[in-house]
Ligand binder design. Structure first.
Ligand SMILES: Cc1cc2nc3c(=O)[nH]c(=O)nc-3n(C[C@H](O)[C@H](O)[C@H](O)COP(=O)(O)O)c2cc1C
Length: 376
């Protein structure tokens, strides 16, 4: 059998060795928005996981757009230098292409690291470093959360400029791809969802108005991001709440993104309302990716409770999605893609330093990476 999961895919000029993606994962281990040695260990390991693409965690386009004090930002030269150190090492020694998730946490910014909250992240207090948050409307995520101030039009213009600045920095760092964070109840999702956006100007009301900001940001970023590099977005396809976003809304949004030149949609869901009722089961978000792919022809990435090689293979082989992203699966097994390839009888990129592992555990992989090059 020739694996479809391990078949290469091209996004613009970027060639991925396979369709396995390491999903973005916050590490809450940055200092002053700067990546640390933890990121070197974590991303260094996952850049050698066999996945075709590794997407770096949610990164704020401004310090106030970070989820927590431990999240990275890409807003100044210090942030850029700290990130470049890590990404250069991953590109030099790793086998995966590397992308970054750029976003803004909106009304869900200014939170604790998850292990500092009672059961999960919770809003910071003034004595633990809270900062003022902003959102589409002055509506908190939940009763005991920060009440954001509603973006003014001049503030929206400044925000767009920050996305553009971070995009230029991402290019200088050497990222191969950008994924805009438009999911999980963070700022851009807050604008798109009728649950959090009650504006009466051109950025609120109708679906066309609610998707205006992410589309404007997409266009502004696309204008400065090199033509050969892919730019995509992660969305929450549904809110899992009555009166919230539906898959029909997301298909409409996806079509507009496609028209704007979006290269892929990473299809997640939820995160914008504590009352959400998610029907959790293996691959529970795959039908959303499939619906978007079928209706628009967009290149899609499926994510969420995908853990097994055969399951991932079927998602791609049966045409439900073009790529499959895993988060927790890669924390559990940083060589998940090696092991999936072995099960599926496929070829997978292995760094030369680890080549002997392949001799020991399965027929040698044919595709070794090139010998390390001088850092760019
Ligand atoms: C530790 C951790 C951190 C995460 N951080 C992010 C993030 O930075 N951006 C994002 O869009 N999703 C984030 N997620 C969600 C994952 O990318 C993924 O969508 C989710 O975990 C479902 O996939 P899984 O079942 O393979 O874990 C995170 C998940 C985990 C477990």
């Amino acid at each position: 059998m020739s694996s479809k999961l391990f078949a290469p895919i091209k996004l613009r000029e970027l060639e991925l060795a396979n369709r396995v993606v390491v999903a973005p994962m916050c590490q809450y281990s940055a200092e002053n928005g700067n990546m640390t040695d933890w990121h070197m260990l974590h991303l260094g390991s996952l850049s050698n996981s066999g996945a075709g693409l590794l997407i770096v965690e949610a990164t704020g386009v401004e310090p106030e757009g970070r989820i927590s004090l431990g999240c990275p930002s890409l807003a100044n030269d210090e942030n850029e230098a700290a990130m470049k150190r890590v990404v250069t090492a991953c590109k030099r020694y790793g086998t995966a292409k590397i992308g970054i998730q750029l976003g803004h946490a909106g009304r869900k910014a200014s939170c604790t690291r998850p292990w500092e909250g009672k059961s999960a992240s919770e809003p910071l207090k003034s004595d633990t470093g809270a900062w003022p948050t902003k959102g589409p409307s002055a509506i908190p995520f939940a009763a005991d959360w920060h009440v954001p101030s509603a973006y003014t039009i001049p503030e929206i213009e400044t925000l767009k400029a920050k996305f553009v600045d971070a995009t230029k920095r991402a290019d200088r760092i050497g990222y191969d791809l950008i994924e805009i964070h438009g999911a999980h109840g963070y700022l851009l999702h807050e604008f798109v969802s009728p649950l959090s956006n009650k504006r009466t100007d051109q950025y609120g009301g109708s679906l066309e108005n609610r998707i205006r900001l992410p589309l404007e940001i997409f266009a502004a970023m696309r204008a400065v991001w090199p033509k050969h590099k892919p730019l995509g977005i992660r969305i929450s396809a549904v809110d899992w709440v009555e009166g919230g976003l539906t898959i029909e809304d997301s298909v409409f949004f996806a079509q507009k993104l496609k028209d704007a030149g979006c290269d892929f949609i990473d299809v997640s869901s939820g995160g914008n309302d504590p009352h959400q009722k998610i029907a959790l089961r293996p691959g529970y978000q795959v039908p959303f990716a499939e619906a978007i792919k079928k209706a628009t022809g967009m290149t899609t990435m499926a994510v969420g409770l995908i853990t097994e090689a055969e399951q991932a293979e079927a998602i791609v082989a049966d045409g439900h999605a073009d790529m499959v992203a895993l988060a927790r699966g890669f924390l559990d097994d940083p060589h998940w893609a090696w092991h999936a390839a072995w099960k599926l009888g496929a070829d997978v990129p292995v760094s030369v330093q680890y080549a002997r592992a392949t001799l020991k555990t399965w027929p040698p992989a044919k595709r070794y990476t090139e010998m390390p090059k001088a850092a760019e």
